[in-house]
Ligand binder design. Structure first.
Ligand code: KG4
Ligand code: ZN
Length: 344
């Protein structure tokens, strides 16, 4: 085995996916995720249940990742894990596991900022693929997930500047909460996407949230949709059933417009034309299509990682860990996870 290769075991447990990955430098050797279906019945993630599911899943997931990677635990150079932001009970499972395994194997540990990792997923190389698909520096990244909506100026893997953020709900949260109002199961984002393909985005007009600077706000949209549906349903109880595709298309159009408006402003202000997308909402077909169209028009270079590296996954944690490893940035056993985003 090549002695220079740095093998990192990555652990992700910030929300409702238990994931383990092995990378060799920037190459993903294995990326295994156990999703938690239990939350569907509750219409959202139940933190206590998420922690318990992580406890159950973590050893089988790590075992499978090591097995698939073709290396052994003795080949590892370090263990990287998500230290925040996220659900504290869930983060504690991954953190405690990473610390214990590192102690047993006498390996260094590397704590990883989950939001930084979403951005660095752009540098993950799939086996048999080179990294020509990775953006050159600097680039702008729009991270859109269930918990966060961020516009980031990426100067380097170590130097990221937050230039826009949501002041309330995240874009994915808006998708999921509005989907719930439309009678769709959790997580509703992918279902809105699906219905929207056969709907008219201009059928209904919802206010595009207006925020100063590069910040976002999505809670007003959710309230506007709620009142609109209450009004329409009092006249026609079948309003949602009869208009579901048009409602989904119109809501999706509004969210995409809000995202693209700020992204265009960020590109204008910074003069950066390399635009990257990250986070689970980047799977949205409407968002991808609009971004590609706008990008062509504005001469942008667009980067969207493979879907498995967009949603929560441990490959991005290993990659972020690799960059810290190169800089000698290790943590000690006293480190503890944190729930709220506290900067890059
Ligand atoms: O990044 P992610 O997997 O987890 C978080 O860190 O939150 O993102 C999950 C979010 C959920 O809100 C889900 O509804 C949304 O991404 N999502 C989508 C689509 N696929 C996932 N939203 C809209 N359209 C999609 N196709
Ligand atoms: Zn995430």
């Amino acid at each position: 085995m090549d002695k220079k290769t740095v093998f990192i075991l990555g652990i992700e447990s910030s929300c409702d996916e238990t994931s383990a990955a092995v990378t060799g430098n920037l190459q993903v050797k294995a990326n295994v995720t156990a999703s938690q279906q239990i939350h569907e019945a509750y219409g959202g993630v139940v933190p206590e249940l998420a922690s318990r599911a992580h406890q159950k899943n973590i050893i089988p997931v790590v075992d499978t990742a090591i097995e698939q990677s073709g290396i052994t635990l003795n080949d590892l150079s370090a263990i990287a894990f998500t230290s925040g932001p996220g659900l504290i009970g869930s983060l504690m499972v991954g953190t405690a596991f990473a610390k214990a395994l590192a102690l047993a194997l006498n390996l260094p540990i590397i704590e990883v900022n989950h939001m930084k990792a979403h951005v660095l997923a752009h540098f993950a190389e799939k086996p048999g693929q080179d990294n020509s698909h990775s953006p050159m520096l600097p680039f702008l990244c729009l991270t859109v997930s269930g918990g966060h909506t961020q516009l980031i100026k990426v100067e380097s893997p170590e130097n990221m500047i937050l230039i826009g953020n949501t002041t309330d709900d995240a874009a994915g949260e808006a998708f999921d909460k509005i989907a719930k109002l439309l009678g769709l199961p959790y997580p509703g984002g992918p279902l809105i996407d699906q219905y929207a393909t056969s709907g008219n985005p201009n059928a209904f007009h919802f206010p595009v949230p207006r925020m100063p600077g590069l910040d976002f706000s999505f809670s007003g949209l959710k309230t506007a949709v709620l009142y609109f549906l209450q009004r329409e349903q009092s006249a026609n109880p079948l309003f949602i059933e009869e208009n579901r595709a048009d409602l989904c298309a119109s809501v999706q159009y509004t969210i995409i417009t809000a995202l693209l408006t700020k992204l265009k402003e960020a590109a204008r202000q910074t003069g950066i034309r390399r635009i990257a997308l990250a986070g689970g909402v980047s799977a949205n077909k409407g968002l991808r299509k609009t971004l590609l169209e706008e990008g062509k028009h504005l001469d942008w270079e667009i980067f969207v990682p493979p879907f498995e590296y967009c949603t929560d996954n441990a490959a991005m944690i290993s990659i972020a860990g690799y960059f810290k490893y190169l800089n000698g940035e290790f943590s000690d056993q006293s480190t503890a996870p944190y729930a709220r985003f506290r900067g890059f």
